[in-house]
Design a protein around this ligand. Structure first.
Ligand code: PLP
Length: 285
């Protein structure tokens, strides 16, 4: 069966899934999105993703296009129709379709689009460390909202790919790492403390970040939520990134210099495996 996508109430073959050119998501990036990972057929932290979706919509003044229960049905239908055992579900809600004008009104009908794709099962196993580069953070000041406006993130990620790296860590005007282009950034100090930036307006409050904090606490690891610099990262014993797509991915190199022994470390490996188990357990409850 070919890939199925969802557009405003209709399940369509992916190549026929289309939106209007006056959709404000297309015209202005006026919308929000979520990405939920599927592991062994289970949706990782779905409730937290839906909470964040509500938060983003509220901050943008966009109404929810359907009830939470109905949205969950669409998500599960998409997993079933696309036969996803390991993969991702992507959904976005835009403010709606109107004749192009910067100013919007409150009466628009939000548009919901959803896609799903399979990913290799190996994602949850131990993995080799990746390379990261640093770039200036050029984004707006409400990075806590998961908006479709990802141009600075796309430019940062492209720079990383061109440099043979996996991710770009964005650095603010004061010289501190905010986060990755599509992930949260972490280091482990020589004292064994896990450092990650606090979830203020400066970063997206990652769902994987939240889950990893919970798992690290269960393991009595000390978590310190504070900004850190690239120089501090180079002094760290380990570094890693977290996201629905990357899960917990170890970082072995920053701007061409090794972190720790340059390979995946025990903390990142343990948290990566624990996250997989956590999802299985969560869904079983
Ligand atoms: C800028 C940014 N930070 C962090 C994350 C990680 O968030 P999550 O763990 O919810 O995927 C993402 C994910 O897309 C992101 O785009």
């Amino acid at each position: 069966m070919s890939r199925v996508s969802y557009v405003n109430g209709r399940y369509l073959p992916h190549d026929q899934a289309e939106i209007h050119i006056d959709d404000r998501g297309y015209q202005f990036g006026d919308g929000i999105y979520e990405v939920v990972t599927v592991i062994n057929g289970k949706l990782a932290d779905l409730e937290w993703h839906l909470d964040r979706l509500n938060y983003s919509l509220t901050e943008m003044g966009i109404p929810m296009p359907m009830s939470r229960a109905a949205l969950k049905i669409v998500i599960r239908n998409m997993i079933r129709m696309n036969r996803i055992t390991y993969g991702l579900v992507y959904f976005q809600i835009t403010r709606g379709v109107m004749r192009r004008d910067h100013a919007y009104n409150a009466l628009m009908t939000p548009q919901l689009v959803m896609t799903a794709k399979s990913m290799p099962k190996v994602r949850h196993q131990e993995m080799a460390a990746v390379k990261v580069i640093t770039v200036p953070d050029q984004r707006w000041q409400r990075r806590d909202i998961k908006t479709l406006q990802l141009l600075p993130n796309c430019m940062a990620k492209t720079k990383a790919v061109e440099a043979g790296a996996y991710e770009a860590w964005m650095v603010d005007g004061d010289g501190f790492v905010t986060e990755g282009s599509s992930s949260n950034a972490w280091i482990v100090t020589a004292e064994g403390e896990l450092i990650t930036r606090p979830a203020t307006f400066d970063i997206l409050s990652g769902i994987t970040r939240k889950a990893v904090i919970a798992m690290a606490e269960q393991r009595n690891l000390k978590i310190v939520e504070r900004p850190f610099t690239p120089a501090e990262a180079l002094e760290a014993t380990e570094a890693f990134v977290t996201s629905a797509t990357s899960l917990v991915t170890p970082v072995g190199e920053l701007d061409g210099t090794r972190i720790g022994d340059g390979d995946s470390g025990p903390v990142a490996n343990a948290l990566r495996l624990a996250y997989y188990e956590f999802i299985n357990r969560q869904a079983a409850e």
